[in-house]
Structures are given as C-alpha cells and as structure tokens.
Design a protein around this ligand. Structure first.
Ligand SMILES: Cc1ncc(COP(=O)(O)O)c(C=O)c1O
Length: 394
C-alpha cells in the first residue's frame, strides 16, 4: 500500500527549527494578554530605507514585475561587483561571478546542492546559524562541527587537525557571527582560507552581518585571502532592513559559480524584479546608504551597550567576551543551574521574555542562550533584564 504521508529520507536527519517552538509559545502567551518581550528573532523593528521603498513602488507601478535574467538584473550584479572592487579590491566579473539570490539562504542552499555529493565532508564552525548544517545534510554531506575558541574566534589548530584527518570538501564560516556577535580576526580568516586551499577545500563565508559592526571594528571579506577557493554569501536583509523582501547574493569564481547558478535556475528562477531594482538603486547611492547604515548602527549600538550592561548583571549568566557585531549576545546560563532550554522555558513562562536555547546553534552549546537586541529598544531590554534578574534573584 502507498504511504501518502511519507517524507523523503533526506529529511531524516533534519529536525524542525527549535526557534519556532519558542515563537509559538510566546505568541500563545501574548494571546492570553501577557506583555511578551521578544529577544528571540533575528529581525529588525526599524523602517525600510526610503530610497528602497520608493524605487520598489515605482518598479511595480511601472510594470517592471516580470521574470528577470536568472542570475539577476545586470544593474544590480554590476553594482555588487563594483562595491567589492571599491571596498575590498576584489574583482568579480558581474556576468559570470555574481549571482543574485532570494536571500542569503537561497544562495547557501544552491551552494550546498550544487557543490556537495552525498558523503562529502563539510566542516562548520560551532556555534553558528543552524541552517548551514541542515542544508549540508539535505545535500547528503557528512557534517562535523569545529568549535570556535573560548572567545569565539576561529580555532585554526582544530580546523587543521580535522583537515589532516580526512579529505574535506567544504568549510563554512560566519563573521560577524550569529549567535555570538563575535567577529573573527583578519589573521585567522586569512590563515584558514590558505589552509583550506592547501587541502583543495572550499570555504563558504557567510557575511550577512557585514555592515553590523561596532567600535569601528573592520570587516574582512574571506576572499581577500584568496579568491580561488572562497564563496562569499551575503544579504540585503540585515543592513538594509529587508528581511521579508528576500534578497541576497553569492560571489564565486566562474567555474565554481556555474553549478551554483544552475541550481538557482531550477530552484527559484530569479529574485523578485522590483526588489532587485530597488537594491540596485540603493547601491548606486552610497552616500544615502552609508548614512542609513550609520544611523541604524548607532541605534543598534545603543541597544548592544544596554544589553551587555544589564544582562551581565544577571546572576548565573556569564558573558566572557564583548560582542562586536551582528545583534546578539550569547551568554552561558550554566551558573543558573539550568541548561539553555530549561532556562529559556522558565524565562518565557515566568518572565514573558523570549530567548533562544543555545543548542540550536551547536550541540556543545546547550548551556547557552541567544539574546537578540535587534527588535527591542533600550527600555524594553532593561525591562526584560530586570524581569529575568527578579526570577534568578528569587
Ligand atoms: C548568519 C546568517 N546568514 C544568513 C541569514 C539569512 O539571511 P537572508 O535573510 O538573506 O536569507 C541569517 C538570518 O538570520 C543569518 O543569521
């Protein structure tokens, strides 16, 4: 007999998102009238840049709503290529080496499915964004997680040890990092890319939080170390507050890009035309966009400082480093006597604050929680910290 409900076996090792459960619980509490503070989601409560809104609406009104070239409209690919040349001195051919995707996530999916064979080994930094692992598993790869150093920098010795053990097809890194807010040091990024190259191994560098850095911390694009074995993935989501508009891109040497672009073609055909157009208009106006990013960065920096100051005072939480990027804190909650899941559950049920348990970002981090300050102004962060402190004090 046919089993109509059977899922494909490629999903056997892919768990449903652990983040969702907390959002759903939070929504249930809010429906009962609880004043829930969400420090869970990695999304922003800030407005879309006016220039993007205007360009998008104009494109729709003027009927530019058709399919575009699979790889993205030339204006946008050109603008992206120009930005990398100006900012990092990196030359990417706009027509063959730049791919516009439906968010960074679609780009990552195309990379995994386009470049990995079943059984290929993939090393992924830990902790990090859970999608990397599950997308690689969907491609049939064998995933090994390589812990970051105690202060959340890349640990080159551990990567070297793993590379020496067995043939590895791909390494995935992410800086600025979700969930730690750490920024990998330039020297470590360069060392890792060179080490990978010596082992004929690709490096996928997720730089979606490139613009969200504080205290003048610079950004290193991993391809600065070597273009040949590096695939850069980035996004308009965070810097341009376009999370729901779904726009990202991939940069890679032409021969590596070919299978990625082919996957993209059969996956989504293209990103939405008006959104591509609006992003191209924005990139063409660096003055306006830099001002926008600067303003948002100042808002987020204020929240970051408030969050560090007040969450550090909570008994049982420890933050042994200062997050300098993205919009997260990733403290250990071991001192509370609870693991991250139990702590986040208690905090949600008894303080009405959504946090995300650390094991969503790597199984070695079950004693941690992620705190997102991306959609809570300082007064709400203060309120959340004081509710949690009240819980842990008692
Ligand atoms: C490291 C990282 N990469 C990619 C994404 C998703 O980016 P996009 O919205 O462009 O798909 C996220 C979202 O939280 C992220 O944390």
């Amino acid at each position: 007999m046919l089993d109509y409900t059977r899922a494909a076996s490629r999903l056997d090792h892919v768990s449903p998102s652990g983040l969702r459960a907390f959002f759903d619980l939070g929504a249930q509490l809010a429906a009962k009238g609880v004043d829930v503070i969400s420090l869970g989601i990695g999304d922003l409560d800030l407005p879309l840049p006016r220039i993007i809104e205007k360009a998008m609406i104009a494109a729709i009104k003027q009927g530019r709503i058709r399919y575009t070239s699979n790889k993205g409209i030339p204006e946008l690919r050109l603008a992206i290529a120009e930005r990398y040349k100006e900012t990092f001195g990196l030359k990417y051919a706009w027509d063959e080496e730049v791919l516009v995707t439906v968010g960074a996530l679609e780009g990552l999916f195309d990379i995994m499915l386009g470049l990995l064979n079943p059984g290929d080994r993939v090393l992924i930094q830990e902790p990090t964004f859970g999608y990397f692992k599950y997308q690689a598993l969907l491609a049939g790869a064998e995933v090994e997680q390589i812990p970051l150093s105690p202060r959340f920098d890349l640990d080159i010795d551990r990567f070297a040890e793993a590379l020496n053990q067995r043939k590895t097809r791909m390494i995935v890194i992410n800086s600025p990092c979700n969930p730690t807010g750490s920024i990998a040091s330039r020297s470590k990024i360069i060392e890792l890319v060179e080490l990978a190259r010596d082992h004929d191994c690709l490096v996928v560098s997720d730089e979606a939080y490139e613009f969200l850095r504080y205290d003048r911390k610079p950004h290193t694009c991993a391809a600065e170390a070597c273009r040949d074995n590096v695939i850069v993935v980035s996004s308009f989501s965070k810097a341009f507050v376009m999370t729901g508009l779904r726009l990202g891109y991939v940069l890679a040497p032409a021969s590596i890009m070919k299978p990625i672009a082919q996957l993209h073609q059969y996956n989504v055909a293209c990103a939405a035309a008006p959104i591509q157009e609006a992003a191209a208009v924005a990139l063409r106006d660096p003055k306006a966009m830099n001002a926008f990013i600067k303003r948002n960065r100042a808002i987020l920096n204020k929240r970051r400082k408030t969050a560090i100051e007040h969450f550090s005072k909570i008994p049982g939480l420890s933050l042994p480093y200062k997050p300098l990027g993205a919009f997260y804190l990733f403290p250990s909650c071991k001192g509370t006597g609870m693991n991250g899941y139990d702590f986040a559950t208690k905090v949600l049920n008894e303080a009405g604050v959504i946090l995300i348990p650390g094991d969503n970002f790597g199984k070695s981090f079950s004693d941690y929680v992620r705190i997102s300050y991306s959609s809570a102004p300082p007064n709400r962060l203060l309120e959340a910290a004081s509710r949690i402190k009240h819980l842990t004090d008692n």
